[in-house]
Design a protein around this ligand. Structure first.
Ligand SMILES: [Zn+2]
Length: 126
C-alpha cells in the first residue's frame, strides 16, 4: 500500500486498485516476503509464486517429513489394489486395471529404490 502497510490480500475491497505501489507476498499467519513486485498481474503472480515457493512448499515438506507410512500398512494396501483389479472374461485387462497395475509397479520400484538407498547409507554410516 502507498502508506507502507501490508494489506494481506483483502485490499481490493478497501482500496482502489490504482493505489497499489507493489505486490508483496504475504500470508494470513503473518509471514511476508521482502521483494516488492510490480503492481501488475505479472507482479501479483510473482508474489503468489514467491509465497508458494518460499513459504507454503517448505511448510508442506516439513510436515510431510514428519509422517511415515509403515510397510505393514502400505504392502497390504497395494495387495488389495492388485486384487481389486479385474480382467475380462477372456483374460484381458481393462485400461483401468492396466493403470492400477502400472501404478503398483511404480510404487514397488520406489520402495525397492528407497530400501537399497537405506542399505547404502547405513553402510556408509558405519
Ligand atoms: Zn503462512
Amino acid at each position: 500500500m502507498p502508506d507502507g502497510e501490508f494489506s494481506n490480500g483483502e485490499w481490493s475491497d478497501r482500496y482502489p486498485h490504482d493505489t497499489h505501489t507493489a505486490f508483496v507476498a504475504a500470508c494470513s499467519c503473518g509471514w511476508h516476503g521482502t521483494p516488492e513486485h510490480p503492481p501488475t498481474d505479472a507482479g501479483e503472480e510473482a508474489a503468489y509464486d514467491e509465497w508458494q515457493r518460499d513459504h507454503l512448499n517448505p511448510m508442506v515438506r516439513a510436515e510431510a517429513s514428519r509422517h511415515t507410512i509403515p510397510a505393514n500398512v502400505l504392502l497390504p494396501f497395494l495387495n488389495s489394489l492388485r486384487n481389486a483389479a479385474t480382467s475380462d472374461a477372456d483374460g484381458t485387462l481393462s485400461d483401468h486395471s492396466r493403470g492400477v497395475f502400472s501404478t503398483i509397479d511404480a510404487v514397488e520400484e520406489l520402495l525397492d529404490q528407497l530400501a537399497s538407498e537405506g542399505r547404502r547409507s547405513s553402510r556408509v554410516g558405519r
